[in-house]
Design a protein around this ligand. Structure first.
Ligand SMILES: Nc1nc2c(ncn2[C@@H]2O[C@H](COP(=O)(O)OP(=O)(O)OP(=O)(O)O)[C@@H](O)[C@H]2O)c(=O)[nH]1
Ligand SMILES: [Mg+2]
Length: 379
């Protein structure tokens, strides 16, 4: 039987990882209740090479997961097919993956490519695009709160993501009242009249059973659509973004036990402060660190104007920890790197830490030398 496969797209920090985990848990509980074989699995995909918060976090969620790192699934079809097949061989009958980076291009590069090059091998479920109410405000006409300190250029990406979708899902409805929810849904229905719209909260689980029912009973359209991805607007939007992944080992110099939740909070706040000073933003800054016996801390901010959110805090103190920081920022890559160094210097001083950096990558989408495996040169 063909393996079901679908992509969850959407803007940075819109809740793709949280939604996929929530959907997988719902599907797996149903299958268990019905005594049926199979399960839902997740592919965590990222442009960065390694040390990815989403992959480590998903592993804590009792859901089968594969990781495709180093490039977008749009450009590594063979790796994608290998990963789906491996998960299917391990018993998965539905595989979901997100799409990193600009969050568009999956229709052409994944759905249509799988349909043409691997006919009959996959049942393609609706390309599902998440949008969260705060980002949607960027598009709402005359909305007084539309300035959320993201560059104007990225509005193009939001629109292209929604144009590409077979299903649009308004996520994070727990953060808005009924009136705003209705206004948002109405705006989406008018702007994208041919696309069905649903509302969920991946955090509380509201709407997840209905979303699962929908995707399991519908197919992807998988027909070419012009999204304007060859345009200058697309290039301009991509050029705003930089990717930053770091893993470091932080050790209290006198081997004393300390509260690493406080270290994490100060590091995140330090990066936020640096960005505010530089008048830049970070659509998603996330951090993960694992302790002993399943103890871990995971936290995020989805912009400099947002509260720090801990999905989980450490339950005990440690003398040392490996910490992973990922950022998808609207900032020049070099400047972002310096902001992180400053924030790290501050936690080193405050908590008497020695920090060994194990891995860092930091690149702008449009940085010279990023493509061609870094072989580009000038003379
Ligand atoms: N209040 C609320 N927060 C949510 C919801 N879904 C996700 N979040 C939070 O939003 C932040 C980003 O969620 P992720 O699932 O990591 O988003 P993502 O789209 O996978 O992010 P990237 O992979 O970095 O693009 C996290 O702090 C989540 O806890 C929701 O339904 N309600
Ligand atoms: Mg994610």
């Amino acid at each position: 039987m063909a393996t079901k496969y679908m992509i969850v797209s959407g803007f940075l920090g819109s809740g793709k990882t949280t939604t996929m985990i929530s959907m997988a848990r719902n599907i797996n509980a149903r299958l268990r209740e019905q005594g049926q074989e199979g399960h839902a699995a997740i592919i965590a995909n990222d442009l960065g090479a390694k040390n990815l918060v989403d992959a480590d976090f998903t592993r804590t969620a009792d859901v089968d997961i594969a990781e495709i790192a180093g490039d977008c699934i749009c450009y590594v079809t063979e790796d994608l097919v290998t990963a789906i097949t491996r998960l299917a061989n391990a018993g998965a009958n539905l595989v979901m993956s997100d799409i990193p980076g600009a969050g568009v291009g999956a229709l052409d590069h994944v759905y249509l490519t799988l349909k043409d090059e691997y006919p009959g091998q996959f049942d393609l479920l609706p390309l599902t695009c998440l949008v969260d109410p705060m980002r949607l405000r960027m598009m709402l006409p005359g909305d007084a709160r539309r300035n959320i300190h993201l560059p104007e250029e990225v509005r193009f990406l939001l629109n292209a993501q929604l144009l590409e979708a077979d299903l649009i899902v308004l996520n994070k409805v727990d953060l808005i009242d009924d009136e705003e929810r209705e206004a948002d849904l109405e705006f989406i229905r008018r702007a994208y009249p041919d696309v069905p719209v649903m509302a969920i909260s991946a955090r509380t689980g509201e709407g997840i059973p209905e979303l699962v029912d929908y995707v399991l009973s519908h197919e992807a359209t998988a027909e070419p659509r012009d999204l304007g991805l060859d345009s200058e607007e697309f290039d301009a939007a991509e050029a705003q973004m930089c990717w930053y992944n770091r893993r470091f080992f932080a050790k209290e110099r006198d081997e004393r036990n300390i509260d690493f939740n406080a270290v994490v909070e100060d590091l995140m706040e330090g990066i936020r402060d640096g960005l505010i000073e530089a008048r830049r933003n970070v659509p998603h800054l996330k951090l993960f660190a694992a302790g002993e016996d399943g103890d871990f801390v995971k936290c995020s901010i989805v912009g400099v104007d947002y509260d720090l959110e801990f999905e989980r805090k450490l339950q005990r103190d440690y003398t040392a920890m490996a910490i992973i920081v990922n950022a998808r920022a609207t900032c020049e890559s070099e400047a972002f790197g310096e902001i992180v160094e400053d924030a790290m210097d501050a936690i080193k001083r405050k908590y008497n830490l020695k920090c060994n950096v194990i891995f860092t990558e930091c690149f702008g989408f449009a940085d010279e030398g990023r493509r061609n495996g870094g072989r580009a040169s000038r003379y």
